[in-house]
Ligand binder design. Structure first.
Ligand code: GLY
Length: 388
């Protein structure tokens, strides 16, 4: 199994909880991901350490604000870091032109300058939105990610992808803008609704399925403790961040290997679009079904042992995640139970090049490959069978 690049034995906070630090090795833009229970309480000191003398603006949503805005403001105040707050609505609809404008104007009004910091406090939506606003205000302001969902802690807060949705599709506007620090406090997951935690777990399992069979086996053995909040949870998050950091460090702009992180996403994004990016299907749930479809398609193409495809399905299902198209709420509604409609949605995805579909498929459990020229008819027939 992968080992962590750097472990700190220093206490994360006055409570003495341990922290793990994973470094994202991007030369002069390298940054640390700090993971542990209670690490949020030291956010102010950590910001002073990376950017002494800054002003900050915290971007968050209403539901995260109710739990975590005051503690974040308190740690900043204790460290002598001035802060202002920008609170927006929650949900995928927040990743819009309108809310981007609102946040950008609020950052300018708060007099956030080029050497100041934006703090993204929230899940993937807030990280993507606040990071994108930071990338364009004054041609680029640095930012810190404080992810508050499992999905954001193991995926979206790491690697610098920021953006908003277009009416044409998900994440079609954005920029690569790396944070200068990520602080992932696993204690905040205690207040996360269980469905959100499960959805984030799909991205944890993804790292095992795509690149680390030993990690996948460890997840199979430790799933209960990860869900109940024991030390295995921190370890699963740290291992996931380590896996992502390694891929981002070797392919920041997704010209090669980084595309492996899109395992399950071509199908998953189509399902999210078909359900109107609504609560009918969370992103991680779409990734779960998408990963199963990618494994089954790999098996059908003779690339993957059918037993390994079944193992992926079993693990996600035992974690309480959906694994079949038919499990999506409102499955019978238009766009979902129709292979041609799903194909049309996949054609909108960024992973399409001149009519050929790019899929991340599996050669083995723990070994994903990028396949650039999947014949659309093959996928259509496969989907029609799955829907039949
Ligand atoms: N979530 C996929 C990536 O960051 O590349």
């Amino acid at each position: 199994m992968i080992s962590l690049s750097r472990n700190s034995t220093a206490p994360a906070s006055a409570s003495g909880d341990a922290e793990t630090i994973v470094n994202v090795g991007l030369d002069d833009r390298a940054y640390d991901i700090v993971i542990g229970r209670g690490v949020l309480r030291s956010l102010g000191e950590r910001i002073v350490a990376v950017r002494p003398g800054v002003r900050t603006a915290i971007v968050t949503d209403r539901s995260v604000a109710a739990h975590w805005l005051e503690p974040v403001e308190a740690t900043l105040a204790d460290a002598g870091v001035p802060s202002s707050r920008i609170v927006v609505g929650e949900g995928e609809a927040t990743k819009s032109y309108q809310v981007l404008e609102q946040v950008s104007e609020a950052l300018i009004a708060a007099k956030i300058e080029r050497n100041d910091l934006v703090i993204a406090l929230g899940g993937g939506v807030i990280g993507d939105l606040a990071g994108f606003a930071a990338s364009i205000v004054r041609r680029g302001v640095d930012f810190v990610q404080v992810p508050t969902t499992l999905l954001a802690q193991v995926d979206s807060s790491v690697g610098g992808k920021t953006g908003i949705n277009s009416p044409h599709g998900k994440n079609l506007l954005g920029a690569f803008h790396q944070p200068v620090l990520v602080v992932a406090d696993t204690e905040v997951l205690d207040t996360l609704p269980e469905r959100q935690f499960r959805a984030g777990y799909a991205e944890v399992a993804k790292y095992g399925v795509l690149g680390d069979a030993a990690f996948f086996a460890w997840l199979e053995a430790n799933r209960d403790e990860i869900f109940s909040g024991g030390p295995a949870r921190e370890r699963a998050i740290a291992e996931s961040c380590r896996a992502k950091a390694a891929i981002v460090a070797r392919d920041e702009r997704e010209t090669g290997d980084r595309a492996l992180l899109n395992l399950g996403h071509t199908f998953g994004h189509a399902l999210e679009a078909a359900t109107g990016f609504s609560d009918r299907l969370f992103h991680g749930e779409g990734v779960s079904i998408g990963m199963v479809l990618a494994a089954e398609l790999s098996a059908e193409l003779g690339m993957l042992d059918a037993g390994d495809a079944a193992r992926v399905t079993r693990h996600l299902s035992e974690a309480g995640l959906p694994t079949r198209l038919q499990e999506v709420a409102g499955f019978a509604q238009e766009g979902l139970a129709d292979a041609d409609a799903l194909m049309a949605l996949m054609a909108q995805d960024k992973k399409v090049k001149r009519g050929r579909l790019t899929f991340i498929l599996l050669k083995a459990l723990g070994e994903a490959v990028i396949v650039n020229d999947v014949e659309p008819q093959t996928v259509r027939n496969f989907l029609a069978r799955k829907l039949g």
